[in-house]
Design a protein around this ligand. Structure first.
Ligand code: HEC
Length: 146
């Protein structure tokens, strides 16, 4: 009996440490406090709406990178593989219509590289992305920050 109980606890232990938490749960824990469960954000608190918007960033150069490097994602207390899975889920969940067919899911290695090499001024970077998107006829709604 003792051996059985021990085996039971060891199995549970292995499960809880080796299985990554599903992205939908990580969204609730790490993102929804600001972005809200439905992704609407809270513009009055300077939190942008991500619904039907963020997929557009994957259409211009540096946009894919920006989505990982934006402060709250890059600095979330998550492993690189969890960030990759979370962003693949977030893009499909909240902005699938804006994703192109060519979109390739983020990988752990890509996220690692992007988190280690973040540009200094992400807001300036975002403004450049908006200009590139406008060049393609895509105008995003007013952003919460100047
Ligand atoms: C503490 C509040 C907060 C949390 C938590 C948070 N965000 Fe954000 N998020 C923001 C703010 C504020 C911005 C605007 C960018 C900036 O000011 O840095 C933003 C920007 C973004 C953007 C870029 C949107 C755009 O239009 O440029 C995405 C995508 C995003 N967040 C997703 C997430 C995800 C996914 C998580 C969970 C890992 C998360 N955020 C957690 C506040 C938050």
């Amino acid at each position: 009996m003792f051996k059985f109980i021990l085996a039971f606890f060891l199995c549970n232990f292995t499960y809880s440490t080796s299985e990554a938490r599903p992205p939908a749960e990580n969204y609730v824990i790490h993102c929804s406090g600001c972005h809200k469960p439905n992704g609407s954000g809270s513009p009055s608190n300077l939190v942008p709406d991500i619904r039907n918007i963020i997929g557009h960033f994957t259409k211009v150069s540096n946009g894919r990178e920006y989505l990982i490097q934006v402060a709250d994602i890059s600095q979330a207390p998550l492993q690189n593989d969890e960030v990759a899975a979370l962003m693949n889920w977030v893009l499909r969940e909240f902005s699938s219509l804006q994703l192109t067919k060519e979109f390739k899911p983020y990988t752990e290695e890509e996220v690692k590289e992007l988190r280690e090499n973040r540009p200094a001024d992400l807001h300036a970077n975002r403004r450049k992305l908006l200009t590139s998107l406008q060049g393609k006829g895509i105008v995003l709604p007013d952003y919460v920050r100047p």
